[in-house]
Ligand binder design. Sequence first.
Ligand code: F0G
Length: 463
Amino acid sequence: MKLPYAEPFKTKMVESIRLSSKSERQDWIEKAGYNLFNLHSDQVFIDLLTDSGTGAMSDKQWGALMTGDESYAGSSSYFRLKNTIKSLTGFDYFLPTHQGRAAENVLFSAILKEGDLIPGNAHFDTTKGHIEFRKAHAVDCTVRSAYDTESPDPFKGNIDLNLLEDVLKNNPIEKIPVVIVTLTCNTTGGQPVSMENLKGVYHLTQKYGTRVFFDSARFAENAYFIKEREEAYRNITIREIIKEMYTYADGMTMSSKKDGIVNIGGFIAFKEKDWFEKATTYNIMFEGFITYGGMAGRDMNSLAQGLMEATGYEYLESRISQVAYLGKKLTDYGIPVQKPYGGHAIFVNAGKFLSKVPREEFPAQTLAIELYLEAGVRAVEIGAIMADRDPDTKKNRYPELVMVRLAIPRRVYSNNHMDVVAAALSNIYERRDQITRGVKILKEAPILRHFTVKLAPVEKNTE
Ligand code: F0G
């Protein structure tokens, strides 16, 4: 018999969690303005809000923390991290930042102007936020299959190269300073980008005289999918795949809170010195001196260790198998989810699940609230609330796909927890026809509204 996979680690320390009663949850969610970001963590049983900064560090990472060098300038922890980034990606220049959006802020401050176009594969919300804040435009060039949850396309994070070429060809190239490819593509369901596609994007940016950066929050998970799904890479190691991936980029922004397996941190890395030098000024202004940016020395040390752990095959296999385990359970219950299963999360097709809730009443948010009430599971809406309003028309944008993301923290939950999540969703699925009304917005911020929005049920459901 082939042995089943098992996690390549065991537990050394535990943290208690508690399942509350339904009436407690009803009270808490009302007080939270029906916004799951406003819940206190002890009001949550299984927290799948995000895989960002929520992973469990290893004993080696905690050990590295103790030997961090807190020197303001020239810290040895900075050089340890710089060498690790160089060995994984080949990039010579790097700037530490306090998290991914800080990397975006610094990079875009250096290179973006009003009216610029930034093509990419369904930019993450903070990326889009930073682009639109500068009155530039994010142009979505994702392949069409990404928006059909039943399509078996193995690379639904890919860029449609024809669409990208149209954008590059039909606009003055000085208005397109960079193309951003997100690895894996969070917005379409943690979906990977193939090596062939990365190569194709790089070729086009070279042809038209612009650059490409990878938003690399989940670069290791992307490399695992390349190994699993792209024939030519089956016998190549994860780290060799990563090295090749970055030969097709001019640089990267990184949220280390994902595939760095640390609780806070980020960085920007560059192939060329020119943008590094431009960005350095902004890094010093917004983040800190170049040898620590927004990070403590100890955090750079544990990030260097985390990056090596996150790029190990056995770790990635157990990580992505757990995500697939949840995906398969939900599929077995008949629940519509994005397929193939992604790298960090399962995305439930909420529009299809709650087909009776009108899009103006936010079916994905409605489902996330139901899931919390059912079992104390916190997920996140990837729908019209997150898509926000069009910056020009100020009207709500209604994405084709509205989803609830069940993001799985790294090395934190067992498959028993996944069973609870799946059972809770199954219970809701059985009574889905009785859920006909959603929520309305009472108060919203001018940008990135989903974090602070206040909501109320439109009216009581007819159940
Ligand atoms: N890029 C991607 C693809 C992301 O998923 C995130 C964060 C960022 C950039 C920004 O990084 O949080 O360190 O500032 N994603 C989190 C999530 C918040 O829940 O998916 P950050």
